[in-house]
Design a protein around this ligand. Structure first.
Ligand SMILES: Cc1cc2nc3c(=O)[nH]c(=O)nc-3n(C[C@H](O)[C@H](O)[C@H](O)COP(=O)(O)OP(=O)(O)OC[C@H]3O[C@@H](n4cnc5c(N)ncnc54)[C@H](O)[C@@H]3O)c2cc1C
Length: 430
């Protein structure tokens, strides 16, 4: 079986059922015994929207309320394609109409401000108070703004976008790329692990290089990295040598990659090896779990939320379930696919527990495509077994694009990346 074919099968497994889960693959109906159970879900992104949808799918009698401030959700996946001029913002926009109208999820466009785990209530910014029997929290990430001297949310919103949430930040970075002079450098700072989507800074560099090659041929990209190695490194570097020779320079922490200070007025970054000026500067700050997690005591000293790996129940606050980027789940990367499979496993386990049953063990998964240029993509996929002693990766089930992959196979991966995006969007919002 070729690598590409097995990846396609894997894609289906992940998105149309949990890999290896008898529950989803048999299509067996779950008992609808939790007549008046109320589940509140905070966050309408990859984890939260999928959890709300699959809860209703498994047991329509459960009352599911989803709290999410945005009326239109722009996905981070494919936002790098927008920067490369290959997609537009409407292509990555999704509404909550299907969740509301087809699945009967009550969607409230508001912000959860206070969770009371004792009274089991969630207070919203707009003043409403929601009572719950089970609470799901999938707030994504928050940014550690003061990790780099001189950087701030204000600097990000004006001159040095982070663009690690899709929307206005993606538009700002796109406009800066369009406006910069040919010959200026694009600086991208990549943070330490763990952070949202470990491959995305390098996909971003690739697709910006694709844009520069066409429109600003004298410009180059410098990636300033707080790490010594990065995911799919050999494959990215091979692609860069083939497609963008001399255009992308990667500096690891030990050779001056760690950004210590920025000066937004002068468009300058400083590392211990000296200063670097950029025409466009994309600072991706270090990250932690979304703010509501810290405010509720769900996060530990690491900044992330420890959970029971079988049930996703918080180890800090019983009765609250955390999934997606915010959760600490062994070696699972922080990706949209990971959040999607966690959401489905959680939905199944909540329906079981509300019905007085014990949930099953599932295989969770992560699948991450990175486009290096149109018709040239690489990927890594893995499954992770849910076990009482903790989530374990399945070493026999890791698929990485081969460095020997042919042009056709790389083009096939680019097609698969699009299928993946359409599938996961349809499995979440559309
Ligand atoms: C550039 C980039 C490219 C990426 N590409 C890929 C890819 O190709 N494949 C892949 O699998 N993953 C990719 N990812 C990662 C993916 O976007 C995340 O892993 C995924 O979004 C995590 O889902 P989540 O539910 O944890 O958070 P999110 O999807 O961010 O959703 C969190 C939601 O919670 C809401 N929220 C936060 N706090 C509150 C509150 N107090 N009240 C109400 N709502 C709240 C937010 O508004 C947000 O909508 C990429 C990420 C980036 C940055």
């Amino acid at each position: 079986m070729s690598n590409t074919i097995s990846r396609r099968a894997f894609n289906k497994l992940l998105l149309y059922g949990l890999a290896g889960s008898s529950l989803f693959m048999s299509g067996a109906p779950l008992l609808a015994s939790a007549r008046s159970a109320r589940v509140v879900v905070i966050g309408g992104g990859f984890g939260g929207a999928a959890a709300a949808r699959h809860l209703k799918k498994l047991d329509p009698s459960i009352s599911v309320t989803l709290v999410e401030p945005k009326k239109v959700f722009h996905t981070c996946p494919m936002s790098n394609w927008v920067l490369g001029g290959l997609k537009t913002m409407p292509d990555i926009a999704h509404t909550y109409n299907v969740l509301r109208n087809r699945y009967g999820v009550m969607v409230l466009h508001d912000v959860a401000t206070v969770i009371d785990p004792v009274k089991k209530t969630v207070k919203l910014k707009g003043g409403r108070v929601l009572a719950y029997d089970r609470l799901v929290v999938s707030p994504g990430v928050d940014f550690i703004w003061d990790a780099i001297e001189g950087y701030s949310r204000q600097a990000a919103d004006s001159s040095m976008p982070y663009a690690w949430e899709a929307g206005p930040q993606t538009i700002l970075l796109s406009r800066q790329l369009l406006a910069m002079r040919d010959g200026d450098s694009v600086l991208i700072s990549s943070p330490k692990n763990p952070f949202r989507c470990p491959a995305a800074p390098y996909e971003r560099a690739s697709l910006i290089a694709h844009y520069l090659k066409k429109h600003k041929p004298k410009s180059k990209i410098i990636i300033l990295d707080e790490k010594e190695v990065f995911t799919k490194q050999d494959l990215f570097m091979l692609g860069w040598d083939r497609l963008y020779p001399g255009k992308i320079e990667w500096r690891s922490a030990s050779v001056g990659g760690k950004v210590e200070r920025v000066d937004p007025a002068k468009m300058m970054v400083s590392t211990e090896f000296g200063d670097e000026k950029g025409g466009v500067i994309n600072i991706i700050p270090p990250q932690k779990a979304g703010r509501i997690a810290a405010d509720t005591g769900l996060a530990d000293a690491s900044g992330w939320c420890p959970v029971n790996h079988m049930t996703f129940e918080s180890l800090q606050q019983p009765g609250i379930y955390v999934i997606g980027d915010a959760a600490l789940l062994g070696t699972m990367p922080k990706s949209g696919t990971a959040a999607n499979t966690q959401a489905k496993a959680l939905a199944a386990s909540l329906v079981a527990s509300l019905g007085g049953r014990v949930g099953e063990e599932h295989n969770l998964g992560s699948l991450c495509y990175s486009l290096i240029a149109p018709g040239y993509a690489i990927s890594v996929a893995g499954t992770y077994a849910q076990r009482p002693e903790g989530i374990r990766d399945n070493p026999d089930d890791i698929h990485l694009t081969s460095t020997e992959a042919t042009t056709d196979q790389l083009a096939g991966e680019a097609e698969q990346a699009l299928h993946w995006y359409n599938n996961i969007s349809q499995d979440t919002w559309d």
